[in-house]
Design a protein around this ligand. Structure first.
Ligand code: 523
Length: 149
């Protein structure tokens, strides 16, 4: 009996680990300059419109996470960035995706534009808690605050 119980527990843990490993990664970019963080307000889909998030999106097949961070910042903001390593914890998005944030340094003098969003803003530590964040991004606020003034 004990053996059977143990086996079933092992099976459950293995299943959890495998379903976690199958999740697609959504990268988020924490773009920091002069102690301020770039945040953007979603324009779509309707149920997320008006809420704030870090720039980013799904990692494509054959792409690594850093490449995805660079590509998404060009697509969404029209700026070049250099990925500088991960921050915070991975945050599950539903059953199939995992949000993973990378610190990113914007190229000197680059001006970010809201190419796919309603607006972009640079915020300091004091404004972080007040934004109407997407649920997953809100989890990361405490990891972002120490990077800001
Ligand atoms: N999030 C999220 N936070 C966050 C991002 C970049 C994405 O919670 N900072 C969620 C929102 C969506 C999913 O991750 O449920 C995919 O994000 P999306 O739509 O920005 O990613 P794309 O660009 O890969 O999506 P499509 O353009 O629709 O393919």
């Amino acid at each position: 009996f004990v053996l059977r119980l143990l086996r079933s527990r092992v099976a459950v843990v293995r299943e959890l680990a495998e379903s976690w490993a199958r999740r697609r990664i959504v990268v988020g970019a924490a773009i920091v300059r002069d102690g301020r963080l770039l945040v953007q307000q979603r324009a779509r889909p309707a149920e997320l419109a008006g809420r704030w998030e870090l720039p980013g999106g799904r990692v494509e097949d054959g792409e690594d996470e850093q490449d995805a961070v660079v590509r998404e910042c060009v697509e969404e903001l029209g700026i070049g960035v250099r990925p500088r390593g991960r921050i915070g914890t991975d945050v599950p998005l539903g059953d199939h995706l995992l949000l993973r944030v990378h610190l990113a340094r914007p190229a000197d003098g680059a001006t970010a534009a809201a190419l796919e969003h309603r607006q972009v803003r640079w915020v300091g530590a004091a404004e972080l808690g007040e934004l109407d964040w997407l649920d997953a991004d809100r989890v990361l606020v405490h990891s972002l605050r120490p990077l800001l003034r």
